[in-house]
Ligand binder design. Structure first.
Ligand code: MRU
Length: 353
């Protein structure tokens, strides 16, 4: 299992350790979380962010909370644990992985009816670690499949941060870039700064430079011009939730990139684990879009830049309709149009070895 040296989250004894991504790349601070509320706060304030990493944090928060539940019997434990899981699922609304991971941890209780409370607490802890390890294997498989669509010497554009910091390690979109770079050091990556939280200029640039992958940063609004000037060969992004028809939610601004890519004949790929797919949603119109603090827009690094009292709207994600997507790269292969059938088949496929 490879390591990018940029692990966002891990267990240290009975504490969940979280690399505070609000301070990267200029400050490396680790939060030691021993309560559910500390992990939920880290998710809400984006000390940890990225759909798969938030899912892993949710699973670990459930394990932390389970350990502290005082219950004389399993029935009481399950009732309290169910309420706790509901609270964790609500930490951030758009990413599917949080709900997926907490459901997977809760399933441990259902799947082990005869086990006592201490036994369940132990199994839940183990499951949260297994979710982390599975995520890393999944990203490596996504990287292998995705590298196949990256032409030699490609000039790649990516958006937000879908790297090791947004997952258990290795990354989804950045996992594809890592795998492609391992085979072809002549490729180049352009990353968009990704206003307002700057995941691109702070986190993706940090990962690419740490791994010495040739790269450059642009403002988000420069992407269209680079595509029109034929300076981009392929766009690859991550995802927060994918509907059954392939409509994809990702960081606000992704939809704009997808439309520009199509208008300029540039292939547009989404890289995501199957845990990001929400098969219950027929299309993207039902994906809940998180609305974040307007201060993220009116202020820059805490300093007011807009006129005092200026109103701002700050949707954190948008939905790219499936018609703009060339393919969805998962751990069991690349899904192409028609997405409905491809996604159904991908969800039925056995996990990668
Ligand atoms: O608000 P964020 O930073 O959590 O948004 C993250 C993204 O949009 C990522 O592209 C997505 O979660 C995929 S991460 C592998």
């Amino acid at each position: 299992m490879s390591s990018s040296r940029l692990r966002p989250i891990w267990w240290d004894g009975d504490a969940v350790m979280i690399l505070d991504q609000r301070l990267l790349p200029h400050k490396n601070k680790v939060l030691r979380c021993t309560t559910v509320d500390e992990v939920i706060r880290a998710i809400k304030t984006m000390a940890i962010r990225g759909a798969p990493a938030v899912g892993i944090a949710g699973a670990m928060a459930a394990a932390l909370g389970a350990r502290r539940i005082a219950a004389a019997d399993v029935r009481t434990f399950v009732r309290k644990f169910s309420r706790l899981c509901e609270r964790i699922r609500a930490a951030r609304p758009t990413g599917n992985n949080l709900r997926w991971a907490v459901d997977a941890v809760f399933a441990v209780v259902v799947e082990n009816p005869g086990v006592d409370v201490p036994g369940l607490q132990h199994l839940i802890r183990e499951k949260s670690q297994a979710i982390l390890e599975e995520d890393i294997r999944t990203n490596e498989a996504i990287g292998r499949y995705g590298a196949e669509v990256i032409p030699k010497g490609a000039r790649i554009l990516t958006y937000c941060n879908a790297g090791a910091l947004a997952t258990g390690d290795y990354g989804t979109a950045l996992g594809v870039i890592r795998a492609a770079f391992a085979a072809d050091p002549s490729l180049h990556v352009t990353c968009c700064e990704t206003r307002p939280f700057l995941q691109g200029s702070r986190l993706t640039a940090y990962e690419l430079m740490t791994e010495k992958i040739p790269c450059a940063l642009i403002t988000d609004n420069a992407a269209g011009s680079l595509m029109r000037r034929k300076e981009i060969d392929v766009v690859i992004v991550g995802a927060d939730r994918i509907a059954a028809n392939g409509d994809t939610a990702n960081k606000i601004g992704t939809y704009t990139l997808a439309v520009l890519a199509q208008a300029n004949g540039v292939p547009f790929y989404v890289a995501a684990p199957r845990s990001t797919i929400d098969p219950l949603l027929p299309n993207g119109s039902g994906i809940p879009i998180e609305e974040r603090d307007p201060k993220e827009v009116t202020h820059f690094y805490g300093r007011l830049v807009a006129p005092r009292g200026m109103k701002a709207t700050n949707p954190a994600f948008d939905v790219t309709p499936n018609r703009y997507i060339t393919g969805i790269i998962t751990e069991v292969g690349i899904i192409r149009k028609p997405f409905m059938r491809g996604i159904r088949r991908a969800l039925e496929a056995p996990p990668p070895a």
